[in-house]
Design a protein around this ligand. Structure first.
Ligand SMILES: [Zn+2]
Length: 225
C-alpha cells in the first residue's frame, strides 16, 4: 500500500500557499512498458508527478520553483486554454501545461517527456483519442529535440525505440515500422534489436496496445520454413 504525506509550498509564480498530497517514494517492480512507463507501484503515483497551483494555474513537478520565464508562459492564451481543456482528463492538462512551459522555454526534450506522461494518464482514464494526441505531440517534440542535438535518453537507440512506440501507439504504424527497420539495419545492441523486431511485428499486426520490454525480450521472430 502506498502511504500519503503532504507537501506545503509557496507557488513560485503567484505566491499562494499550496498543499499537495504526495505518495511516499515508490520503486517499480517488474518490466517497464516499451515507452518506459514503469511498473507498479511507481506506475500509479503518476498523479503526483506534477502539481497545479489552484490560484494561478501554474503546473510543475514542484510549483515552489519556477524556471525563468515560466510566469509569462502561464499567462499565454494557449496555456490558459490547455489548463481547462475539456478534451483531456484534468491530470493530463496539468502535464500538458508543464509541457507547454518547457516547450516555450526552449526545452523540447523535457516537453516531450511531459507530453508522454500526459498520454499515460489518458491511458489510465481509457481516453484513447486524447492519448493519441499527447503521443503525437511527444513524437514531434522528440524530433525537435534531435534537431537541436538533444536526446531524451542516454542509451544508444533508446530515443529511437521510444519514438517507434509513440508512433505505433498513436496509429502511425507505417512510420513506426520504418523507424524500427532503419535502426535494425544499424546493428543495435541486443535489447534495442529485440524491441525493434517486436515493434515491427506489432506494427504489422496493427497492434496499438501497451506492451512491455520483457515481452520484447521473449519475442522470437517467426522463422520462415
Ligand atoms: Zn500560483
Amino acid at each position: 500500500m502506498t502511504h500519503l504525506r503532504y507537501l506545503n509550498t509557496t507557488c513560485a509564480v503567484c505566491g499562494e500557499t499550496c498543499r499537495f498530497t504526495i505518495p511516499e517514494a515508490a520503486a517499480n517492480v517488474g518490466s517497464r512498458d516499451l515507452d518506459t512507463r514503469p511498473a507498479e507501484p511507481l506506475r500509479s503515483t503518476i498523479y503526483a508527478w506534477v502539481k497545479r497551483c489552484p490560484s494561478c494555474g501554474y503546473c510543475a513537478p514542484d510549483p515552489g520553483k519556477a524556471p525563468e520565464g515560466a510566469a509569462d508562459v502561464v499567462k499565454l492564451p494557449r496555456y490558459r486554454v490547455q489548463l481547462d481543456s475539456r478534451r483531456f482528463p484534468e491530470i493530463a492538462n496539468t502535464f500538458l501545461c508543464w509541457s507547454i512551459i518547457q516547450e516555450e522555454l526552449g526545452a523540447p526534450a523535457r516537453a516531450a517527456w511531459a507530453s508522454l506522461h500526459a498520454a499515460w494518464t489518458c491511458d489510465d482514464e481509457g481516453e484513447d483519442v486524447p492519448a493519441r494526441i499527447c503521443r503525437r505531440r511527444a513524437a514531434d517534440l522528440l524530433q525537435r529535440a534531435w534537431e537541436r542535438g538533444e536526446r531524451l535518453a542516454h542509451q544508444e537507440g533508446a530515443d529511437e525505440a521510444l519514438l517507434t512506440d509513440l508512433l505505433r501507439r498513436s496509429g502511425r504504424l507505417r512510420e513506426a515500422r520504418a523507424v524500427a527497420k532503419e535502426v535494425l539495419l544499424r546493428n543495435p545492441e541486443p535489447v534495442i534489436a529485440d524491441i525493434m523486431r517486436f515493434q515491427v511485428q506489432l506494427s504489422t499486426a496493427s497492434d496499438r496496445n501497451a506492451h512491455t520490454v520483457a515481452e520484447a525480450r521473449r519475442f522470437k521472430q517467426p522463422t520462415p520454413l
